[in-house]
Design a protein around this ligand. Structure first.
Ligand SMILES: NC(=O)c1ccc[n+]([C@@H]2O[C@H](COP(=O)([O-])OP(=O)(O)OC[C@H]3O[C@@H](n4cnc5c(N)ncnc54)[C@H](OP(=O)(O)O)[C@@H]3O)[C@@H](O)[C@H]2O)c1
Length: 259
């Protein structure tokens, strides 16, 4: 099966392309670097010729409110129009668990706009809503740092390994469209502040994580359950401590802190 992965050079996209190829599919990694741009439309018609499935794992280069909305709206419209012309039978997109609970953020308003365009289109689809990636815990801490302190709310948090995200998308993309949403998450629940503390400690990062119920998650207020999936979510296998051990093993201190 020919499967075009838009954003196929990114964190999730590159893992997904590798897994699809291992399963014998013709997976095309499409991104501006390979001459395919979903915002300008450049290279899209050629890339989609003969494709059965298109997976959208792009991300916007800017998360500024207007820019990110323009990115996801323009990119999604271009993809869906080109898929209709090419006779693509399944559009798969990666979104985020709790999107409708996080609309104070321009990023999540843009993800909701992306989802709504997909639902309104004529292309059969599967929207995969994932929880935050383990790889994203440190960037969250970095965003919430003031001086030598990291201020985070004790919200429930159920992150997952990027590798498990890619496996779930590969499985969904090679099955029939669900014409709806699938939630995926990690195997364990934590508190966001507690997990950031564990992540930074294992990197020998000297910052202190302060639990603050009024602190934001990426600048917005979140309720206790805003970031966690429903009970019927499909869960990844990788546990946070195992991933952390693996990703920090034998790395020099300077590399740990910047990883
Ligand atoms: N971070 C999280 O915890 C989390 C949780 C749930 C869902 N998600 C979602 O997961 C998705 C992918 O995240 P990621 O971390 O894998 O992203 P990433 O590593 O930043 O990769 C983004 C990809 O998008 C491509 N891209 C950017 N502009 C493009 C354009 N105009 N046309 C085509 N491709 C373009 C990039 O190509 P180049 O390499 O050529 O620039 C790159 O391949 C995002 O939509 C995000 O909302 C993230």
């Amino acid at each position: 099966m020919k499967i075009v992965v838009i954003g196929g050079t990114g964190l999730i996209g590159s893992k997904l392309v590798k897994k699809l190829r291992e399963h014998g599919h013709e997976a095309v990694a499409a991104s501006p670097n390979s001459g395919v741009n979903s915002v300008t439309g450049e290279g899209l018609a050629d890339a989609l010729k003969g494709a059965s499935v298109v997976v959208d794992v792009t991300n916007s280069p800017s998360w500024e409110d207007v820019a990110v909305l323009k990115f996801f709206e323009t990119s999604t419209r271009n993809l869906l129009a080109n898929e209709a012309a090419a006779g693509v039978g399944h559009h798969v997109a990666l979104s985020v668990v709790g999107t409708e609970r996080l609309l104070e953020s321009g990023f999540f308003r843009a993800k909701l706009a992306q989802e709504n365009l997909i639902k309104a289109s004529s292309i059969p689809y599967s929207i995969v809503r994932a929880t935050q990636f383990f790889e994203f815990v440190k960037p969250i801490a970095d965003f919430s740092t003031v001086g030598n302190q990291v201020l985070l709310p004790p919200a429930l948090f159920q992150p997952m390994a990027a590798d498990d995200v890619a496996s779930a998308i590969a499985r969904i993309a090679t099955n029939s469209p669900v014409n709806g949403m699938v939630e995926i998450g990690g195997p364990e629940q934590f508190r966001l502040d507690e997990l950031a503390r564990r992540d930074l400690a294992s990197r020998q990062d000297p910052r202190e994580v302060i639990s603050d119920p009024h602190a934001g998650y990426y600048g917005i207020q979140v309720t206790e359950r805003a970031l966690v999936p429903d009970d019927n979510a499909q869960l990844g296998e990788t546990h946070f401590e195992d991933w952390l051990d693996q990703s920090t093993k034998q790395a020099p201190k300077s590399a740990l802190q910047s990883a």
